[in-house]
Design a protein around this ligand. Structure first.
Ligand code: F6R
Length: 261
């Protein structure tokens, strides 16, 4: 794992977008794993700008989202399909048939989850998986006690997650109690993982996730097992980390980061 510290949320978002853009330019048919949430909105806005101003071309990219709420149709403004269409798919011009999310309205949710895993496999696996972290340490909706080898499945949302996202529904009681989510094991099979963490509210959970022991109580700790994982954090989110001097030196001196300094 590499931890890359940036002085502001804006710079952290900018670097995340640059890394995604570089991957798309190197491989126009990239299989890109995507996350939703407040943190990612700025990343998608930045990529949309690169699409408009720098001709960043997403037409051949295929996308797999981490999760979707159970019981929300695609046109519900709170569904992740709706979020993705609005913030990313339309602004960057990804054809709808290249975009995949598990269907939270499926009659047979277990069959839907199995089919989602098969789809990822059939398209050759995920090249680059974008991730955020929840207040309870989840990645995707892998809530505490998610098995480190779990696959895409229905998951009951934790009280922390209901508190985190409930306000987005206006009336928090309207937030679904379940979601379909890629498993921790699914995420660990991505060829590269890129986690973005910004803001003081995430400082404690970020330190536990990257510097604490691996535990299914904090799914993000499983990223310590990932062979190619980069975590980008702003100063506020990095406030509780112990190894900051080392992380700064890596970014300032390692050749692979030269083009991004
Ligand atoms: C949602 C997802 C979640 C979010 C996390 C952080 O698709 O993958 O793991 O990344 O809940 O959400 P925000 O950015 O809203 O704090």
């Amino acid at each position: 794992m590499e931890i890359i510290l940036q002085p502001s949320a804006e710079r952290a978002v900018g670097l995340t977008a640059q890394l995604i853009a570089k991957s798309v330019r190197e491989n126009p048919r990239l299989a890109l794993g995507l996350a939703t949430g407040r943190t990612m909105e700025a990343v998608y806005a930045r990529l949309a700008r690169m699409h408009r101003e720098d001709a960043l071309d997403f037409r051949k990219v295929r996308t797999f989202n981490l999760d979707e709420y159970v019981g929300l149709p695609a046109d519900d403004p709170h569904s992740y399909r709706h979020y993705m269409t609005r913030h990313f798919f339309e602004p960057v011009g990804i054809p709808a048939h290249h975009t995949f999310l598990p269907d939270g309205m499926a009659q047979d949710l277990d069959a839907e989850c199995r089919a989602y895993e098969e789809k990822i496999k059939a398209l050759g696996g995920i090249d680059l998986q974008l991730l955020g972290i929840g207040n309870d340490g989840h990645i995707g909706f892998n809530e505490p006690l998610s098995a480190l080898m779990s696959r895409t499945r229905p998951k009951a949302l934790s009280p922390e997650t209901l508190a985190q996202n409930g306000p987005l529904f206006g009336d928090p009681t309207r937030m679904p109690r379940r979601a379909l989510t890629m498993g921790v094991g699914t995420i660990l099979e991505s060829r590269r993982a890129l986690m973005l963490v910004t803001g003081a509210a995430k400082a404690d959970i970020l330190a536990q996730a990257v510097e604490g022991p691996i535990t299914s109580m904090i799914s993000a700790t499983a990223l310590q097992l990932h062979p190619h994982c980069v975590v980008i954090a702003d100063e506020a989110a990095a406030a509780e980390l112990r190894g900051t001097a080392y992380y700064r030196r890596v970014f300032e001196t390692e050749p692979e980061w030269a083009e991004f300094r």
